[in-house]
Structures are given as C-alpha cells and as structure tokens.
Design a protein around this ligand. Sequence first.
Ligand SMILES: C[S@@+](CC[C@H](N)C(=O)[O-])C[C@H]1O[C@@H](n2cnc3c(N)ncnc32)[C@H](O)[C@@H]1O
Length: 67
Amino acid sequence: MKNNIIDKIICGDALETLKTTPSESVHLVITSPPYNLDKPYTNHNDKLEYDEYLSWMNLVWSECHAC
Ligand SMILES: C[S@@+](CC[C@H](N)C(=O)[O-])C[C@H]1O[C@@H](n2cnc3c(N)ncnc32)[C@H](O)[C@@H]1O
C-alpha cells in the first residue's frame, strides 16, 4: 500500500486524502494551509469563525499525525 503513494502528487481535499494515506508512511509534513484571511479560494471558505477554523485545522493536524 505504501508503494502506491511514493513519488506521487495526490490532489484532493486534505482531510479526505490524508485519511487514505497509510499509517507511519509520512516522516515530514510541510504545508501552507489556508490562513483564514478571507482569500477568494474557489474550493474553500477562507472566512470561517475562528473556533471553526481551529477545529478544522486540528482535524487536519490529527490526520497528518496519523500518517
Ligand atoms: C495559503 S494557500 C497555499 C498556497 C501555496 N503555498 C502556493 O504557493 O500556491 C492555501 C491553499 O490550500 C488550498 N485548500 C483549501 N482548502 C483545502 C483542502 N480542504 N484541501 C486541500 N487544499 C485546500 C487552497 O486552494 C490554497 O491553494
């Protein structure tokens, strides 16, 4: 399963794609997530309530940690 993701660019929603990433297959995460600054993204509401933004980011960090 790990071989399926080596040297691949995986496009998609971070939460969904991270869930399909095998455990213990990632050693380092470098990211530039949305910063909730009301940028006009087509795929993301960048003006969430602050608590909602932190909850969403915590889900992403948890999924990163699980990989
Ligand atoms: C701060 S920008 C990063 C820009 C990037 N560093 C660059 O130089 O192009 C955040 C990016 O996250 C993307 N994004 C928003 N929600 C996402 C999600 N749920 N999953 C994956 N990417 C997402 C946005 O479309 C945007 O391109």
